[in-house]
Design a protein around this ligand. Sequence first.
Ligand code: SAM
Ligand code: SF4
Length: 462
Amino acid sequence: MKEGGLTGGRASASAKRVFIKTYGCQMNVYDSARMFEVLAPLGFLPVEKPDKADLDIFNTCHIREKADEKLFSELGTIRQSKMMNARRGGKMIIAVGGCMAQAEGAEILRRAPFVDLVFGPQNYHLLPELVAQVLRSRGDRVVATDFPAEPKFDHLPETSASQGVTAFLTVQEGCDKFCSFCVVPYTRGAEYSRPVAQVLAEAARAVCSGVREITLLGQNVNAYHGEGPDGRDWGLGDLVRRLAELRGLDRIRYTTSHPHDMDDGLITAHRDVPQLMPFVHLPVQSGATRILSAMNRPYTADAYRRIVDRLRSARSDLALSSDFIVGFPGESDEDFEATIDLVEEIGFAQAFSFKYSPRPGTPAASLCKQIPEYVKSDRLTVLQALLERQQRNFNNGCIGRTLPVLLEKPGRHDGQLVGRSPYLQSVHLVAAERRIGEVIPVQILAASANSLTGSLEESMAG
Ligand code: SAM
Ligand code: SF4
């Protein structure tokens, strides 16, 4: 890469600054962290404001239409900074990565011609070369959206020291399930699992740098089937058991799991592995089997109920969260009622619910019987009221209990820390900052819709 090319002067390597804005899911959060690592050897230092950067990366999401519009509004703002920078003789590179870049690269370049680089989620290990191409080019835009033959993980640098006590670790990517509403198989590509040894090495490095909780990530994380050290495919349950042997790793989580892939190996890991947190995000999408079938989800509503029963028999204190889509094409009032019935029956500690958003190129987008927007909105209001009530009840049910809390960071008030319960609730309490990283018993005194307040058990104070 040309030295000093970014700022237009003779900038030293350390003068280069990169800003990354992350949209969407935890996998994008993980990817953005890795992008910083890929760029660090070139002298790029992270900055927190886009107008202060030489390289602005927007790591996008394409899952719903709203996400697309947010990006274009953000790009409009950064364009002004790029123009001001150019007047001063500098060159600011604007790059769009992630799922929207993969699916809509040409549209992004058409609507935002000042974008210099578009790259897909499987190409960010190439960033050094792509940025160099932009600098060499005379205004040509650079596009990298092919799916490479070799997984990017084989080419990424080793992860550097983690900043906090929790970390994400992508173990599985892509999806072969092709739910009829979803863009992921087109944007992230075919399902791929990282080898066990690679995952263990990354986890060990994280623990060495102070991480106490790892969340294993994948589009369908429980479809994990990575090559084990013994040459056979390991499932997620096997991987969890092995990770639990890492000294210093107190907590293991995984997300997002698919009901179809919830096998005995993983369910028994919930029974046997105390480090595996008793909180599972298990998206059902709908409580109506007819709609599940139209969504190309390979399970019935009753099969989902049975999986929940098996999980709860394995670990009686296990709590659940889920994803729901309302207003999928053809969803009748009865179908929606079936979703409400399922929610009432199972009881969720947390949930994400969305109006169906037709995505170009997906089979459901061209189905007839699209549901009017006002019906979707009404159904979402009803469902969310029920889910919020369940979340509040779950949180209230924690009052008076003593929960193990991983202390994560200082809170907003002096002397306050914020930690997480096993159920991912934020817990606020008074404790010394040096205790960050410890898992301690906390007596829960109060609850709100989204968090808990507690105090250290007497014996643990000080
Ligand atoms: N792989 C996970 C699964 O199968 O449950 C879900 C991953 S997806 C990235 C996250 C959530 O976005 C889905 O569970 C679904 O509820 C929601 N979603 C995906 N496509 C959608 C669409 N077209 N409209 C509305 N919500 C959508
Ligand atoms: Fe999308 Fe999940 Fe379905 Fe895959 S399984 S297509 S990621 S919703």
